[in-house]
Design a protein around this ligand. Structure first.
Ligand code: NAD
Ligand code: ZN
Length: 389
């Protein structure tokens, strides 16, 4: 089959690879009908994520039709149309039973590698590094879905792929980011990053009752989408001083809730003992704005900082003294996608939101390598790419 594969920093190719097969009786195989590129894929593309191997199949935002199920699969049948969460979760460990799906204890077969770097292991993730399970991803014609009874949600309605695909990741991620921000009715919410995750965080902040949303980025079409679609006020972080503007906009108190939907891209990242490049980055020698530092500095006393943005390894130089003395609450994590599938599908079916607003590019899988470059460089007004195998 055809699949997008990783061959090193900024080297993604379309290769012929073997089709996936059922390995465990709880697996299912789907024929992929739509699959997206995520900002998280860019961490792999840019070589920030340790544990990638040449030929790894990328992709963690897929949907498609079930074509085979393992003997223990009970909830899915051949022919079902499903969206597959990027978090691989067993459904029966302490964490899954407590709906902390992205912290599943059993779904990362390489837990010891993750523990070496992070001191613990989160769940396995589809199409990510071997440190997080080494599961082949969904930017391919076919995908093996592990624990098929736990993740995938069947779509019974005739909503098009474009409207339900983002249940796999970025809609739940934006929603959990807003939920983690503890939004109350009178709150001003500041969102750093107007990529796909930021856009869904903005939408979700309104859904959860925000009084005001301020979005921060430097890319004109993304700021424009935040204004037009997200009804947000915006700050261009290269043209304006973010701190000064936020203080002026909030009577000098600072936003009540801050969401970092940027992550590691905006500043150095470091992974101890793994990637030399990442270690160099960790020294923070560059002067790119550090979103976490900025959000901590801007957030009002007693406010909440929600961090859906992905950080890898050590992210040093945080003003933790400010966090403590300003009594900030910080909440973060990979999204517990399974928790949000049903309620968010309902919001789409009810017409409360049409997630397809974020799509700017619909192409074939064969165009994948070019699209990685375009999306990474934020060229051609690219905000979200959906591919059809
Ligand atoms: P993206 O790369 O498309 O968007 C990031 C945006 O941040 C860009 O528009 C960029 O211009 C902007 N940005 C960069 N520096 C900035 C700064 N200093 N201030 C304000 N904005 C800045 O990525 P995305 O798909 O929107 O994903 C965003 C983050 O969310 C990534 O780190 C991704 O890995 C992460 N993510 C997390 C989860 C999760 O489960 N927690 C799931 C999906 C994605
Ligand atoms: Zn993603």
């Amino acid at each position: 089959m055809r699949a997008l594969t990783w061959h090193g920093e900024k080297d993604v190719r379309v290769d012929d690879v073997p089709e996936p097969e059922i390995i465990n009786p709880t697996d299912a195989i789907i024929e992929v009908t739509a699959t997206a590129i995520c900002g998280s894929d860019l961490h792999l593309y840019n070589g920030y994520m340790p544990g990638m191997r040449e030929g790894d199949v990328l992709g963690h935002e897929p949907m498609g039709e079930v074509i085979e199920v393992g003997s223990d699969v009970e909830t899915l049948e051949v022919g079902d149309r499903v969206v597959v969460p990027f978090t691989v979760s067993c459904g029966s460990c302490w964490f899954c039973e407590n709906e902390l799906y992205s912290l599943c204890d059993n779904s990362n077969p390489n837990a010891e590698i993750a523990s070496e770097v992070m001191g613990h292991s989160p769940a396995g993730l589809l199409g990510f590094s071997h440190m997080l399970g080494g599961y082949a991803g969904g930017q391919a014609e076919y995908l093996r879905v592990p624990y098929a009874d736990v993740g995938p949600i069947a779509i019974d309605s005739d909503l098009p792929d474009e409207q339900v695909l983002f249940l796999s990741d970025i809609f739940p991620t934006g929603y959990m980011a807003a939920e983690n921000a503890d939004i109350e009715e009178t709150d001003t919410v500041a969102v750093w990053g107007c990529g796909p995750v930021g856009q869904f965080a903005i939408q979700s902040a309104w859904m959860l009752g925000a009084d005001r949303v301020i979005a921060i980025d430097r890319i004109p079409e993304r700021l424009e989408m935040a204004r037009r679609h997200g009804n947000a006020e915006t700050i261009h972080f290269e043209e304006d001083d973010v701190y000064d503007r936020l203080m002026a906009m909030t009577g000098n108190r600072g936003p009540d809730r801050c969401i970092d939907a940027v992550g590691t891209e905006a500043h150095g990242t470091g992974v101890t003992g793994v990637a030399e490049k990442a270690k160099q980055e960790a020294r923070l020698e560059d002067d790119r704005p550090h979103v976490l530092r900025q959000a901590i500095t801007c957030c009002r006393k007693g406010g909440t900082l929600s961090v859906p943005g992905v950080y890898i390894g050590r992210s040093d130089n945080l003003p933790f003294g400010s966090v403590m003395n300003k009594a900030l609450t910080i909440k973060t994590g990979q999204t517990h996608v399974q928790r949000y599938l049903n309620p968010l599908l309902e919001t789409i079916e009810d017409g409360e939101i049409d997630p397809s607003f974020v799509i700017t590019h619909q192409v074939s899988l064969e165009d994948g390598p070019e699209m990685y470059e375009t999306f990474n460089n934020k060229e051609d007004d690219c905000i979200k790419v959906v591919m059809t195998p």
